[in-house]
Structures are given as C-alpha cells and as structure tokens.
Design a protein around this ligand. Sequence first.
Ligand SMILES: [Zn+2]
Length: 584
Amino acid sequence: MPTLSSDDAFAEVKAKVDLVKVVQEHVRLTKRNKDFWGLCPFHQEDSPSFKVNPQMQSWYCFGCERSGDVFTFVELIEKTDKRGALQLLAERAGVELKKLSPDQRERADLRKRVLDMLKLAAQYYEYVLWKTPAGEPGRRLLESRRVGEETARRFQLGYAPAGRGFAEYLRAKQRSLADAQEAGLMRRDGTDFFAERLVIPIRDERGQALAFTARTVRADEQRKYINSPETPSYIKGRVIFALDLARDEITRRGHAVLMEGQFDVITSHHFGVTNAVASSGTAMTDDQVRLLKRFTDELLLVFDSDRAGRAAMRKAATLAAAHGMRTRVVILPDAKDPDEFLRAAGPDAATRWEDLVARAASGFEAGMAEDSAGLNPSNPNQVELVAGRLRDWIRQFPEGLRDGYAEAAERHTGISRHLLLRDPEPAPIPRPTNGLAGRVAGKKLSAGSYLVQLLAVRPVAFERVRPMLTPQELDQSDRAIFVRMLESYERGGPSGLEAELAGYPPEEQDLIRRAWAAPPPNVDDEVAVELAERIRLDHMKGRHSGIIRELSEAERGRDLDMVARLEAEARELGRAIQEMERRG
Ligand SMILES: [Zn+2]
C-alpha cells in the first residue's frame, strides 16, 4: 500500500470512516429526520442537544456550541491532537500513514520522554507542597495571597524545595536524570532549576503540563519569576495558561478573560472568574489568538494600567481584530492588577467583577478614549495632535473596520471622520451598498440588514431563523449574503462563516467584519425570531399590494378567472397579515 502525505491522508481517512459510527461508540444516537441526536459527551446535560449530520459528516452541540468533523470529535473525546486523531482513525480505516524518518522518530520520542518527566515533576512538587515540612514556605506564600488549597490543586501548584530533592526522587524511581535536564527541570550539577520556588505548571488546553513558571519565596531573590526554557514540548507563544480549566466556562459565557500574569489568573479562578486565562508571559501571538478562537469570538482584556500594560492591550486588541475577534477592555478602579482588585473586593468580588464586565468598552474605544483624553476642541493644535493619534490607531485595524471606527471617533471627538481616514491610504474605503450603512447614527437599520448582522455575530441563530424564513422573503439587497451565510452555516456549523469568509465578495466580507467589530444592539435568538417575523410580514405586505395591482389589471382586461383567483389570494394573504399583526 502506498504511503500518504498528511493532507491526502486526512482526505482519504475522512472518505473511509463514517462519523455516525465513530460517534456511536461513545454516544447513544437516535435518528430524527435526516439527523442523529444524542446527549453531548462534552458537557453535562439531560436532554439531547448533540446533533450529527450524516450528509455533511459534521456534528454540532446546541448546548456547549462545540462542533466539527470526525477529526475534531476524536480529538476532543480522546483528548489528543489533530495528528493523534488522524493516527487513530487511519488505523481504523486501514489507511497507512507516511512513515516517520529516523530523525522525526527521535524527536517524537524525546518529546514524549520530556512530557512524561514534566508530569512526574508536577506530581512531585505538588506532593512536597502539601505533604512535607519542606513545603511550608510554599504554603505560606499561598496563604499570604489568599489562594485556598482547592484552587491551588486545580492548578496543580507545587513547591520545589532547596537542593537536589527532585534528583534524589528520580534516582529512587530509577528514572533518567538526562531526561530531567532535557525538560529544563535540573541543572547539570543535579540541583533543581526551580529550587525554593512555588511552581505553577503551564498546561496545554487538554491539561498536559508543558513547562513551569515559578515564583520565588525568598524576599532577597532578585528574580521574582523564572520560567522553563523552551523544550521539545514547549513553545511559549503557542500556549494559553489555564485554558484547560477555563475552556468550558469560556464557551458558556461567550468570552475569555485575558490577563497578563499567571497569578492574576489563579486569584481570579479562586474568586469565581473561571473563564480567565493568560498569554503565558509573552505578548500575544497569532498562534495564541487562533487557539482562543477555537473557543470564543470575544476577549475581555484586563491589563495593567501602566504604560506597558496599555501597549500590550492595544497589541492584543488589534491582533484579535485581525483574526476577526472582538475585544473589550476592563478598567480596574484603584488597583494595579486583577489580583489586587479581587482580593480587596473579598466576598463582593464576583458582583464587582460583573459590574466591570458590563461597563467594558470595546478595544478600539478604550484606545480612542486614551488617545483623546483631555482634548480641547477649540485648540487647533490639540485637534491635529489627537487626529494624528487616532489616525494611527484606526490604521492598525483591518481595513473593513476602519470606516466604522472613524465614524465612532468622529462622534466621540467631533473631529471629522474624513480627517481621521486621510492618508497614507489614498484609496477611499469601499462602502457596502446594502443596508449596513444604516448603522450610521440616527439612520434606521432595516430588519433584513439587522438580521444579517445578527447572524454574522451569532450564526447559531440560523437554527431558529431557517425554518421561519425563505430567502425570497428578504429584500433583494440582503438576499445574496443571507443565502451565502446560510450555506456556510450548513457546511461548517457556527464556525463555517469564519472558515469560508475569505471566499465571499469583498463588500460582503466588509459588512460581516463590521458586524463583528460593532455588533447590532441586541444579539440573541429571540431578536432573530422577531426580525424574521417582521421580514415575513413586510414581504407579505409587499406581495399583497402586488396582487392588488395585478387584480386591477385583470379587471381592466376582463379576465374573470384571473380576477377570481387573485381575489382569493389577496383575501387569504390579507387574513394572514392581520393574524400576524395581531400576534406581533
Ligand atoms: Zn455539548
């Protein structure tokens, strides 16, 4: 049998396995119409909201909104990665994968040994922290930070004692010290790299420890935190700290809270903000944004209020926007970081946190407010200065967002949006012709364009709208984009739109990105249903007047059959309209 490169292998395996059969090994499915339904294996539930579509070979859960194909299903259920899922399914389908070269094999082995070693180290440190006298300094540090044992254990915090404790432990277990050095845990002389530090495992989104960060317990130590070096298992810019613990809550709440420090995240979880994560000691990277985007489309940024924090916030906001994610910014009153804020709030932490979240402005607005603070509009020099800053700020966002942002900045500062969009981009930004210009303050949005925007932000609302509305009932200007989005949704579920957006006509892409950046006022299923009803009603009224016009034609032409038919149609439609208006 010929061996396959990995792209071919995915296609070949996908063609040979049946998603329904694979799912059935884990979930009891019942057939309803053309789909299969069962209890979702990825969240707790009593009634089935997990749907498998055999035609599309795709699955979707209406409860936790996870979705995907056979590979994502196996990835999640077996807690493996894409490659691992491919291997499992290839074996099952009898597809032979490309053989690893000796070099690749060696790297894979080393990676596995390093991961094993890290797991062992995490267990050892945790044991020392809670079960030995040597763990006392670590316990004291946690107490002073008011982190309880339950939270500490969720994060698998541990303590590395002074000296060569870990080396001795490995010797006793007859394990390789070389592997421990390879994993960045031990110096050449056998002393522990993290000695006299509280160690915090950095785990991937499935809970596997990839590295450690460690905080000193000594007051005289200059370096407060030290981190594992990059190893075969750990590339800093690819990991999101605490994503394994936060992922369910992120899905449930619809946003992730992104913080700067690991300890901020630990405190936050302790006080009930369990959708908090951190970018793991680096500025945000593309890989990290992509990883987060698997779980949510919105990031709530909580950064320090100093200059570095503000710069990091701006970087995260523009990077997220480049990936089609929305951001909001939480401003902490009277506290330098979330840790300080939550500990000061004590028992009120959860309520005070909710207040802050409710007040959080968008990432763009936060930068705009900073850039225009203290502006005196009657001072031309100041106007030019602020206009320059805002121009730079707007320019850091994807082109499709800039027009809307310039309008927002004009409203906020009174500086003309033309001035804010001027230079160095000479080409004017194309404006969508359909409906969306209606977002401009004061103008009213048509029901059709409102619905399109809502569906762009919340594709899952198609489930409610689809049975109520045929595309013909929409205005012509909204119809094409509606149909395209519906098709993307049917192919790819809630993430289908994003996956296929690049193939949309530019003006539709523009429209959708704007909706992402500045969603319509209310985005939920009930509003979607209301809009769909209004659209139907408008369409029926339009048809009604059309029939009345045809009716007078027919009367003039004395076409009696036609007159009778049209009269009956007009009557029926009139009744339906009345009925709908009474209900609505
Ligand atoms: Zn689910």
